[in-house]
Design a protein around this ligand. Structure first.
Ligand code: ADP
Ligand code: MG
Length: 316
């Protein structure tokens, strides 16, 4: 079975586009005026594929919008207008009320307006299309990483995968970590306060939906470069680090953190941003000319991961 990405390439990425940027980045780009572009993106959440049955509807409403905002942020953009397409198996008004509360609390926090959509009956599925604005000069494309760029990442990685493992009873966790990890999985928080600052200082970005390695690899392939990252610099919850859950941090999906690559000359400015209250931003490595991704452990040896990231059509 071909991978999700070769399927897209083979059957959907077929024609040249009139858009400023078409298939291949976190969002497509359209010309708005001389200084601004529109960024437009869509992401779908399906029951059993993207969330477990009986997921809290408030959190689901939040997450359906948050994962789309994350893609607009990954372009350096500001999210603006959303369309919601939802299929519901049966009418349960208490469920929809909570879903709506979650959706609109996310919309309020990140200043998004719902301006349309579609509602129908079917297996639970939520798809949002989000339009945002990007300053042309600070658009972040996956293809613009340059060699010797620093690689920066927001937040702590692997928590959503840890939360999923906990919900599936595959791991035992301290109570407070269990709550934190499940909350990161079900209600991702985004780094709205730093996106515009980082967009001005960075060459490229992507959001982490399929795992750090999988998504960093998208940048490396699009930019025709490689990278060297240091395992001990990967931001992780201390319990996860102590228990050496490195593979979860490297390849766990659903974190919705951001990867930026930025020229070394901006390192001091970015370090200042990383010190702002409630900002988590860590330098994890460097872009290299050689088209290979090296992960170096604390002893300076190559670290090998078992699984690179999430692919919907991967053969087991
Ligand atoms: P992301 O993880 O940022 O949402 P994806 O990995 O889902 O991005 O998609 C990679 C690229 O392929 C994006 O530019 C997306 O718009 C495009 N894409 C995905 N599915 C389709 C499709 N069915 N038709 C056209 N383009 C698609
Ligand atoms: Mg993305």
């Amino acid at each position: 079975m071909p991978s999700e990405f070769s399927l897209i390439d083979k059957y959907f990425n077929l024609y040249k586009t009139k858009a400023y940027k078409g298939i291949g980045d976190d969002a497509a780009l359209l010309k708005k005026n001389n200084n601004y572009l529109w960024a437009i993106s869509t992401d779908m959440l399906n029951e059993k594929t993207h969330f477990l049955p009986n997921t809290n509807p408030f959190n689901l409403g939040w997450k359906a919008l948050a994962v789309n905002i994350s893609d607009i942020y990954a372009m350096g953009g500001i999210p603006k207008f959303a369309l919601l397409a939802i299929a519901l198996p049966k009418l349960r008004e208490d469920w929809i009320k909570e879903f709506s509360k979650g959706l609109f609390s996310c919309a309020k926090k990140y200043k998004v307006e719902l301006i349309g959509g579609d509602t129908s009956k079917g297996p639970l599925s939520i798809s949002i299309c989000l339009l945002g604005e990007v300053l042309k000069n600070s658009t972040l494309l996956r293809s613009k990483a340059k060699r010797e760029d620093d690689i920066w990442v927001t937040g702590e990685l692997g928590l959503a995968a840890l939360g999923l493992a906990k919900l599936k009873n595959k791991i035992q966790l301290p109570e407070s970590l269990s709550r934190k990890a499940i909350s990161r999985l079900e209600k991702p928080m985004l780094h709205s306060s730093i996106v515009q600052k980082m967009a001005k200082l960075s060459h490229s970005a992507i959001d982490i939906s399929d795992g750090l390695i999988a998504d960093l690899t998208h940048i490396l392939e699009a930019s025709k470069v490689g990278a060297c990252i240091s395992l001990q610099d990967i931001p992780m919850d201390p319990w996860m680090k102590k228990n050496k859950l490195f593979d979860m941090a490297l390849s766990g999906g659903d974190d919705y953190q951001l990867i930026f690559t930025a020229p070394r000359r901006n390192r001091n400015k970015i370090n200042m941003i990383s010190k702002l209250p409630s900002v988590k931003l860590a330098k994890i490595g460097v872009i290299k000319k050689e088209k290979h991704l090296n992960i170096i452990d604390d002893k300076g040896s190559q670290y090998k991961i078992k699984k690179k990231g999430y692919d919907h059509f991967e053969t087991k």
